[in-house]
Design a protein around this ligand. Structure first.
Ligand SMILES: [Zn+2]
Ligand SMILES: [Zn+2]
Length: 48
């Protein structure tokens, strides 16, 4: 799986969450999580 925000391989500390709108799995690496970079789902939902 790859980070939704920066597209890099997931390392330790990464999280996988579900889009509240369409339940698609969204992965974020620890870096993007720490920086609170927004993610965008394919359904156009954007979250922190
Ligand atoms: Zn990332
Ligand atoms: Zn979605």
């Amino acid at each position: 799986m790859k980070c939704q925000s920066c597209n890099s391989e997931l390392g330790p500390g990464s999280v996988v969450l579900e889009c509240p709108k369409c339940q698609t799995k969204i992965a974020r690496c620890s870096k993007c999580r720490n920086l609170s970079i927004k993610y965008k789902c394919k359904c156009n939902f954007e979250g922190p």
